[in-house]
Design a protein. Structure first.
Length: 258
């Protein structure tokens, strides 16, 4: 099976460059316990990995919140332990309500969040754990330092950063190695090209979220163009389009294979 988009090494695993974002699985606003759509979401996850070779799965404790990590454990835990499937999660964002996302980077909270993700995913160590957002009320080095402590304790294998600037990347590198940077980038929003170049120079994989502009670029003629544009930016770039639709998943894969 040829991995969609080829392969990339992230957090010590060689995975498909086309990953799968899971924010959409709980439905609108990524809010819900997945009861009504659980069977559909389970089928999508299982088919993405087993039938199509997508081995880079991106999630967060804020998706649901919490329900997507539970789902991933139920569908993929028996499978990913014996393969190179990468389960990347994120901590440092809370959900006070369906339409509210708020950074929370206090070290004690980040520690509790990692412990929660470990339990929900059913693992002893997170493959890749991103700081979901830089909380402006907490010194950035303290937030990164909290994850570095958990790495030293063996609870996080690799640390990533999400929605960060080049300066923040350099600051984080003064504290701990960084395995991946995940920022928003697509054809309609190209203001992060400088960060892509910094990541390339530093040898850090760049994971592009919202590569189809949250659906704005998802029509057939734009879908392939948008994904190929990202893949052509460099072998260190890995787009993670999100979907809750199996037909849409098939379209995403087909768009980079033709």
């Amino acid at each position: 099976m040829n991995p969609p988009g080829g392969t990339i090494t992230i957090a010590g695993k060689t995975v498909s460059r086309l990953g799968l974002g899971t924010m959409r699985l709980p439905g609108r606003d990524s809010w819900g316990n997945l009861n009504a759509g659980r069977a559909k979401a389970m089928r999508l996850l299982g088919e993405a990995v087993r039938a199509h070779g997508i081995t880079h799965i991106d999630t967060a404790d804020a998706y649901g919140p919490h329900s997507v990590e539970d789902l991933i454990r139920d569908v993929l835990a028996p499978y990913w332990f014996d393969t190179d499937v990468l389960i990347a999660t994120k901590v440092g964002m809370i959900r006070p309500g369906p339409t509210t996302w708020k950074p929370l980077g206090r070290p004690e909270y980040l520690r509790a969040a990692v412990e929660g993700s470990l339990r929900r995913l059913g693992v002893e160590r997170l493959d890749l754990c991103y700081l979901h957002r830089n909380d402006p009320t907490v010194p950035f080095v303290e937030q990164v330092g909290a994850l570095a402590e958990l790495h030293a304790e063996g609870k996080i294998a690799h640390i990533g950063l999400s929605k960060v600037t080049p300066d923040e990347i350099y600051t984080a590198l003064s504290v701990t190695p960084i395995a991946a940077v995940q920022n928003k980038l697509n054809l309609d929003l190209q203001d992060d090209l400088e960060t892509i170049e910094h990541c390339r120079d530093l040898g850090i994989p760049y994971v592009a979220y919202a590569p189809l502009g949250a659906g704005a670029l998802a029509v057939q003629e734009n879908r392939a163009k948008a994904l190929r544009w990202l893949l052509d930016l460099g072998p260190h770039v890995a787009p993670i389009p999100g979907t809750a639709s199996l037909p849409h998943l098939h379209q995403l894969i087909k768009s980079i294979q033709t």
